[in-house]
Ligand binder design. Structure first.
Ligand code: NDP
Ligand code: MG
Length: 393
């Protein structure tokens, strides 16, 4: 069945291609699919061939793409008794994203998600986008592809899903500002000195959300909020100054929009990613879900505070990057991906992530023109620079 037939066949349940199916968002997407009986047309993973095999046997996709070569070989052998096609590499991942389906859920981690997002949009597949690095690095290209192909991107990131929902029915009204909420992470209230002694275990222990290791680290440095600020600017076409970051420790108000008349419309709910994942798939409809319902009596108090951008320098650096524009956000993202990878490998302490990102952003000039080539060049240079700074020390 081609894309148009799939889209027009209203009785057909959504058929999903899940990129990054072995991760935190990927597995929760499959939980939602399992609950509602959605068909899975394709899966992708990087290294976790064992889980990819289990998922393939349960959901019977047409293809599974493993981007890591060794994992690909292992999975191909393991699925030899099935008619599932196993593919390998980034080109194959783009082909997976472009194959006909009802929606591509992009839940891979890192800038590697950009080209599959573009491939999906250019094939006129709707995209449920968790992969924020896509918008940080190639936001202009992605928005242009969305417009040119007349397909929707529905955000999965909880804050952006909340903003998206707060905008529904207000398409013609002017946004005064976006209130982007942040949990503050495990080190809220810490000063720079205190950050020097934190451990990886502490950094990976998020107070409200259970997520992959990269985004959990980004939440601890507040880079996650910096990336999300850029994501909001790209998705909702607002100026960076219109995005106000508010620390809300309870993660109940997932973000809000203020309109010209002073009305603020937000979305609330328990911190459970299955809610925005399911909404991205069912949009504009809503369906029953297995998530806990919110009890405001149990929440009791909701607090709102300013973020400390002097201590959490990554957020301030993200503001600078989006103000510069061009490939500056890609440099920020590439430096962060390299620094976080080094932290998770035990090569650098936590506080060095922010220092390395700032050093790299200060030293590397950015290009004004954003194309896939300039993005890749900026990304490689940022990673190279961070790795060189790590070895120099
Ligand atoms: P995880 O680390 O849990 O999962 C990442 C997925 O991507 C895995 O399936 C992994 O495969 C795959 N992957 C890793 N590296 C590559 C690569 N080089 N090429 C292709 N695939 C790769 O991440 P999360 O699920 O936490 O996050 C996914 C994205 O969603 C991120 O961009 C994150 O910022 C965003 N997000 C996540 C939220 C969450 O609650 N987790 C909330 C909001 C946004 P394998 O495991 O097989 O190696
Ligand atoms: Mg988020």
């Amino acid at each position: 069945m081609d894309n148009d037939t799939l889209r027009e066949n209203k009785t057909e349940l959504p058929a999903l291609a899940v990129l990054g199916s072995t991760g935190s968002i990927g597995t929760q997407t499959l939980d939602v699919a399992r609950m509602h009986g959605y068909r899975i047309t394709a899966l992708s993973a990087h290294t976790n061939f064992k889980l990819a095999e289990e998922q393939a046997r349960e959901f019977h996709p047409k293809t599974v793409c493993m981007t890591d070569e060794t994992a690909y070989r292992e999975l191909k052998t393991r699925l030899a008794d099935t008619d599932i096609t196993v593919t390998c590499g980034i080109d194959a991942l783009c082909e997976t994203a472009a194959a006909p389906c009802g929606m591509v859920i992009n839940a891979v981690v890192g800038m590697v998600g950009l080209e599959p997002t573009l491939a999906a949009l250019n094939a006129r597949n709707r995209v449920g986008l968790a992969n924020k690095e896509t918008l940080v690095t190639g936001g202009e290209l992605v928005k242009a592809a969305e417009k040119a192909n007349g397909v929707d991107i529905v955000p999965i990131d909880s804050e952006h899903s909340a903003i998206f929902q707060s905008l529904m029915g207000n398409e013609h009204n002017k946004i005064e500002k976006i209130i982007l909420t942040a949990s503050g992470g495990p080190f809220f209230g810490y000063n720079k000195d205190m950050l020097r002694n934190v451990t990886m275990e502490q950094a990976l222990h998020h107070p409200n959300w259970s997520m992959g290791r990269k985004i959990t680290t980004d939440s601890a440095t507040l880079m996650n909020k910096g990336l999300e600020l850029i994501e909001a600017v790209r998705l909702f076409d607002v100026a960076p100054e219109q995005v106000e970051v508010v620390v809300h420790r309870q993660s109940i108000l997932h973000s809000a929009v203020e309109y010209e008349d002073g009305a603020v419309i937000g979305q609330l709910g328990v911190p459970d990613m299955k809610i925005p994942i399911q909404f991205a798939i069912t949009y504009p409809k809503r369906l029953p879900s297995c998530s806990k319902k919110l009890s405001l009596f149990d929440v009791g108090t909701m607090t709102f505070e300013r973020a400390d951008e002097e201590t959490f320098v990554c957020l301030a650096e993200a503001r600078k990057a989006i103000a510069k524009g061009g490939t500056a956000p890609t440099i920020l993202n590439g430096a962060n991906e390299a620094a976080v990878a080094a932290f998770l490998d035990g090569k650098i302490p936590f506080y060095r992530i922010g220092e390395l990102v700032c050093e790299c952003c200060a030293k590397l000039p950015h290009e004004r023109t954003v194309t896939l080539d300039t993005i890749h060049a900026a990304d490689s240079e940022a990673r190279r620079r961070v790795n060189a700074l790590i070895t120099e020390k």
